[in-house]
Each structure stands twice: as C-alpha cells, then as structure tokens.
Design a protein around this ligand. Structure first.
Ligand SMILES: Nc1ncnc2c1ncn2[C@@H]1O[C@H](COP(=O)(O)OP(=O)(O)OP(=O)(O)O)[C@@H](O)[C@H]1O
Ligand SMILES: *[C@@H]1O[C@H](CO)[C@@H](O)[C@H](O)[C@H]1NC(C)=O
Ligand SMILES: *[C@@H]1O[C@H](CO)[C@@H](O)[C@H](O)[C@H]1NC(C)=O
Ligand SMILES: *[C@@H]1O[C@H](CO)[C@@H](O)[C@H](O)[C@H]1NC(C)=O
Ligand SMILES: *[C@@H]1O[C@H](CO)[C@@H](O)[C@H](O)[C@H]1NC(C)=O
Ligand SMILES: *[C@@H]1O[C@H](CO)[C@@H](O)[C@H](O)[C@H]1NC(C)=O
Ligand SMILES: [Mg+2]
Length: 662
C-alpha cells in the first residue's frame, strides 16, 4: 500500500521547489535545470520558460514529466483523483492569430514521433485519430477552427479522449465568481493565463477551468463532464504537454506546472514564474553579463573577433555565380542584400513554409520595397541553367493577378526567389483558420476566383509562350493590399522535374489537386492546371480541403462529395456553411458545376481557360452536365492508378522526388 506524502512545498529558490518520482505532487516555477523530457521543437529557454514550439511552421513539440505516474493504487484498480494546474502563454508575430494550440496530455508513452503537427496538435495522426488503443486523455487549448474535428470556433478549450474531436468543448473564458457571468478570454492574446484540470475518482467528473494569470481559480469550472478515465488510461501513464504550429509563426510556452494525486494541485506562485518574452520578440541572451567579467581581455578578444567576423562575413555572403549568368545580371540579387532585408532570415520574419522551402518577409534597403524571399533547397546543379532562364523569363510576365517575380539569387545548395510581398497572406488562411474576422464574403470569393481565372488564362494563352503553373491551390493564391487574388509560385514545380524532353517519371504537385493523367503519365499540360483550378473552385465555394480526413462523413474526397450532392440535386448544400446562406445562388451553383467540369477525370470533358473565363462572366452558358458523363468516383479512379490520396496525403502536402524543403 502506498501512502500519500504530505507535500513539501516550502518555497525556496526560484525554480524547482519539490520534485520526486512516482506519484508524489510536484511543482515547477519555471523549468531551469529540471529533468523534463522534451522533443522536436520543445526546449527550455535561458530564462526558464518551457517553449513547446519555437515559431517554426508546421512543427510539433512535446514535454513530459520524465517518469511515468501510477494513476491506480493497484494495476487493476480505478484511476484515482488527480489535479493539475499550469500557466501558459501563446505568442505570434504574424497577423494577430496563432496556429494551432497546445494540450495537456496523459498518455501511455512519451514517443509521439508518428503524430502530425498542424490541426493534430502533435497528438495523433490521420490513421490513429479517435482509436481507443491510443489511451490518451488531453485538454486542448485550440486557437484554430478545424471543421473536420467539429471545432466550435478558433478560440476554445476542449476535452479530448483518444482523438481530436472533443467530447466537450467551450469558448475560452471563465465564469466571474461575483456576478456568475461569462467572460471571454483570447488564448492568442499573448498574455500568460492559468489552467486547471481536476478529476474526481468517485463522481468520474472532469473539470477544466482557465483564468487570467492574476486571478484566483474561478469557483465554477469552464467545462465539467462525466467520463470514466479508468476505461481510458493505461497503467502507468506519462503526463505532459503537446503543441503544434501551422503555417503562421507561433510560440507556445508553459511557465509553471503543478500536479497532485488525490488532493488539489499545489498553488503556483505567479510572482516566482519566469516572464514571457516582450511581445513580438524572441528571448535574448544577455551578452553584456557574459562579456563584462572578462573586461581585461576585451581588447585582445575584440581584435580576434573583428578578424574572425570579417572572415565569417565574407563566408556568410558567398554565393554561386557562373559565366552563363552574366546575361541575367539585372535579375540577380546579392545574397548580402537579401540577408539584410530579412534580418538574417530571422524566425520572426518567417511567413510560412511549403514543400519547397521557407518564405521570409524582407524589406529591400534602397527602395524600402516589401518583398517575400523564398528559400529553396536544391542540391542538384543539373538543369539549373534552364530553370534560371525560365525564372528570368517568367519574371518578365506582368499581370494584375500574378505575383510578380522580381529576381533570384543562388548559393551552394540553395536558390532564393524574390517576389512582391502580399500583405494579406494566402487564401488558405481565410478558408481554414476559423477566425471570424477572416471569413470571406461570397462576393469577395467570387472576385478572387475570377481574378485567378484571368491570371491563369494569361499564362496559358495570352503571353508569348505557354507557361504551365503546375501547383494551383489555395495556399498559392495570395492576396494583395486590395484583396485581389494573385497566383504565385508558378513553374516552381519544374525545378524538380527532369525537363521537357526526358520522359518524366516523377509527379510533382500537391495531393488532391493532381489530375489522374498526371499521376499515370507524369506529363503536365494546361489541362492538368485546369483540373487543379476546378478543385480550387470547389475548395473556395465549399470551404473544405480537397482531401479531408473525416472519412465517416463521406466528405473524404471533395469532388466526389460535391458530385454526390449534384446527383441528388442538392448542390447548394455543399456551399460553405460559414457564409450562413449569404451568397448568390446562381453564382455559387455556376462555380460548383464549373468546378466539377474542370476537374473531370477525362481531359476532353474539361474546358480550356478561355471558355472558363466566358462561363464565369456569363458570356457563354455552361453546358448542362449529363448524368452519363458524371458517373464516376475520382477516389476509385485514382486508386485504380495505384494512388491513394488518403494514405499519401500528409500535412506537408507536396511530394517531390528530390525531396524539396523538408
Ligand atoms: N509573396 C508572398 N507574400 C506574402 N506571403 C507569402 C508570399 N509567398 C508565400 N507566402 C506565405 O508563405 C507561405 C508558404 O509558402 P510556400 O509557397 O512555401 O508554401 P505552400 O504554398 O503552402 O506550398 P508550395 O510549396 O506547394 O507552394 C504561404 O502559405 C503564404 O502564407
Ligand atoms: C532524470 O530522469 C531520468 C529518467 O527518469 C533519470 O534516469 C535521471 O536519473 C533523472 N536525472 C535527474 C538529475 O534527476
Ligand atoms: C490585434 O488586432 C487588432 C486590430 O485588428 C489590434 O487592435 C490589436 O492591438 C491586435 N492585438 C495584438 C495583440 O496584436
Ligand atoms: C518512437 O516510435 C517509432 C514508431 O512509432 C519508432 O520508430 C521510434 O524508434 C520510437 N522512438 C523512440 C525514441 O523510442
Ligand atoms: C465571447 O465569445 C463568443 C464566441 O466567440 C461570442 O459569441 C461572444 O459574443 C463573445 N462575448 C463577448 C462579450 O465578447
Ligand atoms: C467540478 O465542478 C463542480 C461544480 O463547481 C463541483 O461541484 C465539483 O466538485 C467539481 N469536481 C472536481 C473533480 O473538481
Ligand atoms: Mg506556395
């Protein structure tokens, strides 16, 4: 029989107060020098914060109490009461929104290597989500709305068992003790907040409460739900935190944490906690404190430093330049300029990352021009000359619906492409991050659709030669300061192609947007762009991803789902519910039908972009879709090609043979 130790909570020292193994209570006031197990992006900062994610896009991080805890008195007994208290903070330096969130977790293992980042919060993946063998209990603090997990909004707290569809959730906030009224809290406000999780063995009640940092624990919990954790948790289990980011630069921190079995968790003294970094900045080393004690040696060290820095700087800015590049001179940027423009490719300037590499915001010094610099890892030198020639020729294309390519720079193993900066980001953020401020009205969506059609028509037909985009999708549709849609990233997929002559064996593009003939022959054509454009039309109108993981709703492959509704005559039921009916029915059904036509598996059924433009402008009536032509399922056609969009679609989204960015 084990007995409960009276807790030894005599406060002493700044950080760790009492830490024991096994089932005893613990309390962390900051994490310096502690034995927390961290992985991936998680680390302990110099001032003692537990930083779960560090601003890098599409990543996850975990932190666990090092040894497992015994939740039961005997291996077959009931899970005992327990209580958790922690202080957390969520920061972003981009827009005013963060992605995706963090969760307190109880799990049978500390190994989450096969979990996905993004909306999966580093907890599960497509295949494992919701499966009872997970034995996971989690409390999520989620700053993103994910329709596939039936999230209620982009700022909520939820209780998760084995998966991300919460058994209960509520808007982040607390009940005021005096008035009893509900007060909202914004999880991504950048302020530190407290959270409590309490489980009662007798009543099987789970209570979750959050509050602003300075406030005592509110009496009424935010969420209270009855669920027997004895049927969920394994013996023993680990406790800790999991967190993930999406494409927006976000940091998730834990400042303090306490836990206790069978009694309330030790109270966290907020005065003893480390401070969150100043808003919009990363924690900095206090260089001065380190340099001063060695003041006597300063002059000598400085001399050495100057010489080393000088040499390092020369190394830092070296680029690769060959004779054939002379003719492209005006389109070439110096690495030094780009390095300074992006403040040394600092994380705070990271706009996002895709299959090919990271994108940073920068300001070019002489003109103060805002630019976006895309850093593509590229080892092979083969074909680079042709690619640069094409980049430069693409750079001469000017159109109001295309993102202007300004030039390039080349280093060893690295290619930098410089584009006009688009202050309103990419369209996927508006379609999928459920921040209400960002939901787009139908008129706006229709305007963007027409714009993108016109941009695509231009590169297919109206420019001096035919340019194939190869990667049309919502994240490559960027929004300028007037919210016009502009197509970006065209031709980039070519870099990972063998070129036009050699038979292409590799498919480059993004899952869900790939035309069946592209998968089977590997040959891109204007009609494979039309296919992807069709998927894009459905995506914008339905507000759903081309491939959804929520297979149970039969919404897996977007085209098939829309087709089914078309067959049943209930096409408008697929229109994004966030529009709340506020859309032009004629326009929306035109776009949906056109989307189905464009993404038809048979190329001869697809219109070209010239016809698409006429249909969109109502200058030509859309041909009636015939039942016989539309009796297919894209999913089974693709599976016949030996290609399964479910298993191959991972959160990165882009495949490429030479393996692009990551
Ligand atoms: N010109 C730009 N101006 C502003 N933001 C940009 C610009 N280009 C890209 N971004 C941002 O950077 C993010 C990452 O872009 P990136 O092109 O690397 O990835 P992606 O579009 O998701 O995938 P892919 O690699 O297939 O294009 C985008 O989602 C977008 O928010
Ligand atoms: C840290 O935890 C590990 C795993 O439980 C243990 O082996 C190690 O001794 C601990 N170290 C300290 C300093 O507590
Ligand atoms: C968030 O954006 C609003 C305007 O949309 C601004 O007033 C507010 O200061 C911003 N908050 C933060 C934390 O940046
Ligand atoms: C974690 O689990 C994966 C398989 O899911 C395994 O390949 C890997 O070796 C494990 N890592 C550790 C550190 O145990
Ligand atoms: C609190 O948040 C909910 C959900 O986002 C919203 O409906 C409500 O209007 C908000 N209340 C206040 C006072 O801001
Ligand atoms: C949960 O909250 C309810 C309502 O305040 C309270 O009666 C109950 O004791 C709480 N249970 C736990 C486990 O804290
Ligand atoms: Mg892109």
């Amino acid at each position: 029989m084990k007995f409960f130790h009276p807790c030894i909570l005599l406060t002493m020292g700044l950080h760790l107060v009492s830490i024991t193994t096994g089932d005893n209570p613990f309390l962390y006031l900051g994490f310096t020098g502690t034995n927390i197990s961290v992985d991936e992006t998680a680390s302990i900062t110099t001032n003692g914060l537990l930083e779960l994610t560090n601003g890098m896009a599409n990543r996850k991080g975990h932190a666990f109490f090092p040894s497992p805890l015994h939740f039961r008195k005997s291996p077959t007994g009931m899970v005992q009461s327990f209580s958790v208290n922690f202080v957390f903070g969520i920061r972003s330096s981009y827009l005013n929104i963060t992605q995706h969130g963090l969760a307190f977790v109880v799990a049978p293992s500390k190994n989450f290597s096969d979990a996905f980042a993004n909306e999966y919060l580093g907890l599960t993946n497509t295949l494992k989500n919701g499966n009872p063998i997970n034995h996971i209990f989690a409390v999520e603090l989620d700053t993103c709305l994910n329709i596939e997990f039936k999230d209620i909004d982009a700022n909520h707290v939820g209780i998760d068992i084995n998966g991300l569809s919460s058994i209960q959730s509520y808007y982040a906030g607390y009940y005021d003790d005096r008035s009893g009224s509900f007060k909202n809290l914004s999880l991504s406000s950048g302020e530190a907040m407290q959270a409590w999780v309490d489980y009662c063995a007798e009543t099987k009640e789970i209570n979750v409460t959050i509050s602003p940092l300075e406030m005592d624990k509110p009496i009424k919990p935010l969420i209270s739900v009855t669920s027997d954790l004895s049927t969920v948790l394994q013996e023993p289990s680990y406790i800790g935190f999991s967190s993930s980011t999406g494409s927006i630069n976000s940091h998730h921190y834990v400042l303090g944490w306490s836990f206790s079995m069978n009694r309330p968790a030790p109270k966290i003294d907020i005065k003893k906690l480390p401070k969150l970094p100043p808003k919009g900045q990363k924690p900095q080393l206090k260089l001065l404190e380190i340099i001063l004690p060695v003041a006597t040696l300063t002059s000598i060290i400085c001399m050495g430093c100057v010489i080393i820095l000088f040499l390092r700087n020369r190394m830092r800015y070296t680029e690769l330049k060959e004779d054939w590049e002379v003719e492209f001179g005006p389109h070439r940027f110096s690495y030094k300029d780009l390095y300074h423009a992006t403040e040394g490719f600092k994380n705070k300037n990271l706009l996002g990352a895709g299959g090919f590499g990271e994108v940073y915001k920068g300001v070019l010094p002489p003109s103060n021009l805002d630019v976006a610099v895309k850093r593509v890892t590229h080892e092979s030198r083969q074909g680079i000359k042709e690619f640069i020639a094409e980049v430069v020729s693409i750079g001469r294309i000017r159109h109001r619906n295309l993102v202007q390519l300004l030039g390039y720079c080349r280093r060893k193993g690295e290619l930098l492409l410089v584009y006009d900066y688009m202050p309103n980001g990419s369209l996927d953020n508006y379609l999928y991050c459920g921040n209400d401020k960002l939901t787009m009205r139908w008129a706006q969506r229709f305007w963007i659709i027409k714009g993108i059609a016109s941009g695509l028509l231009y590169i297919h037909k109206k420019w001096e030669k035919v340019v194939i985009h190869r990667d049309i999708k919502a994240s490559n549709v960027l929004l300028d300061s007037e919210m016009n849609g502009r197509l970006g990233d065209f031709g980039l997929a070519r870099l990972y192609d063998h070129g036009t002559d050699a038979p292409t064996t590799r498919v480059v593009g993004t899952m869900g947007y790939l035309a069946p003939e592209l998968v089977s022959t590997g040959k891109a054509s204007p009609l494979t762009d039309v296919f992807a454009f069709g998927i894009f039309l459905l995506e914008v109108t339905c507000g759903k991803r081309p491939v959804n993981h929520n297979i149970e709703d039969n919404e897996g492959v977007l085209v098939d789902w829309v087709l089914e509704h078309w067959r049943k005559g209930s096409l408008t039921e697929t229109v994004d519910t966030r529009l709340q009916g506020g859309y032009n029915v004629d326009e929306a059904s035109l776009v949906l039908k056109l989307g189905l036509l464009c993404s038809h598996p048979f190329t001869n059924m697809r219109p070209n972009m010239q016809q698409v433009m006429l249909y969109l402008d109502c200058d030509l009536p859309l041909p009636e879709l015939k039942n016989t032509d539309m009796s297919y399922s894209l999913l089974s056609l693709m599976q016949n090609e030996g290609f399964d969009p479910y298993t191959q679609s991972i959160s990165i989204g882009t495949i490429s043979g030479i393996s692009g960015g990551r």
